[in-house]
Design a protein around this ligand. Sequence first.
Ligand code: PMP
Length: 397
Amino acid sequence: MLFDKFKPMAEFQAELAARDVVPFGAVTEEIISATEGVVSGRRVILAGTNNYLGLSFDARCISAAQEAAGKWGTGTTGSRLANGSFEEHQALERELAAFYGVGHAISFTTGYAATMGMTATLAGPGEVILLDADSHASIYAGVQLSGAEIIRFRHSDPEDLAKRLRRLGDRAENTLIIVEGIYSMLGDVAPLREIAAVKREYGGCLLVDEAHSMGVLGDHGRGAAEAAGVEQDVDFIAGTFSKSLGATGGYCVSQHPELETIRYCIRSYIFTASSSPSVVASTRRALQILQEEPGLRQRLWENATRLYEGLQGLGLPVGPSPSPVVAVVLEDRSQAINCWNALMSAGIYVNLVVPPASPSTNFLLRNSVSAAHSTAQIDTMIAAYAGLLEDGLIRAR
Ligand code: PMP
C-alpha cells in the first residue's frame, strides 16, 4: 500500500499529539512585534524566526507593501515570462545587482525556488556537481533534478573538496561547487577563503547560498563571501528575502552575463507565478534599510554573542563560535520535545529540529537571534535555559 511508508511519521505525530503542545506547525495567533507573539495560546518571545534584522514588522516596509498592493493589486497572476514581470520585479533585480556590485540578478518567488532552480539548471548530464554534505533540502532537490553526476564532500572540508576535484582530472573544469555561507541549523560559517582557493586551483563554478548570511556578515552585509574577501571567486550567489529582509522570495546574482540566458532555462522561474508586488516592494525597502543602517547588523551580533556566551556559560552544548543561529544539541528525541515544551511554558518559542532536517542524528533546540531583540529578552531566553538545567530536563556538558 502506498501509505505504508508514512507509518513512522504517523507514529511520531501520535507521540507528539499525546503531549501538551505540538512543536511542529505551532500556530501563531498574533504577532505583537518582530520579537513577540501569541503562539498556541501563549505569549512568547520569538526566538526561532530567522528575522535577523527584525524587518518583518518595520513600519517603512509595511507601508511600502500597502502602497504597492494599492497600485499593482494583490498578485501578478502569472509567470515572469508571461504577464508577471512588473516594473517592481525589474527594479528589485537592478537594486540587488547594484548591492552586490555585479551586472546580473534574477528574483524568484521563494528562496527554495531560487536555490533549487539554480542548482537544477547550472550543471546537467555529463557534468559534475560537488556539494557540501550538509546542504539545504532545496539544494538536494535541485541537484537531483539536474541530471549531473552528484558528489558530496565532507561538511566545510576544503581538503576533501580538493581531493574529489583532483580525482575528476579534466572534468573538474565542468564542475559546479555548492556551499552555503552560514549553515542554517548549527550556525557555522563556511571556510570560504579556503574553498575559493581550491576552486581557483582546480576550476569549476562556485555557487554560495547566502540565505542565512546576507544582512548578517560582511562590512556591507553582503554575506560570507564579502566577509571572507572572495566575492570575485564566487560565480553565483543565491539567497532569500525571507530572513534578513523579512518577506518572501529568493534571488541569484552573478558577474556572468550568461545569467540572462540561464534565466530562460530555470523551470522554477518559468513555470510559477512571480512574487506579489507588495512582497517585492517591502523587500526593496528592506534592502535599502539593510544598506543604510549597518547598526542593525551590529545590534544583531551583540545579541547573538550575548545569547551564545550565556548558553555556553551554563555549560550547554552549543556550536564552536557565536552566530545569529545558536543551536543546543541533544541526543534524545523525547528529551528534546520536553525541553521545547518547557521553553514554551517559560514564554520562549524556539525551533525544534529533528533528523533529517538536522545535519546528523541529533536533535536541536535552534535559537535564532534578531537585531530587534532587547537585551532583557536575550537574558530571559538564557534564564529559561537555566530553568531546563534546574529542572533536570537537560545536563551541562
Ligand atoms: N537555502 C537555505 C540555506 C535555507 O535555509 C532556506 C530556508 N530555510 C532556503 C534556501 C529556502 O528559502 P525560503 O524559505 O525563503 O524559501
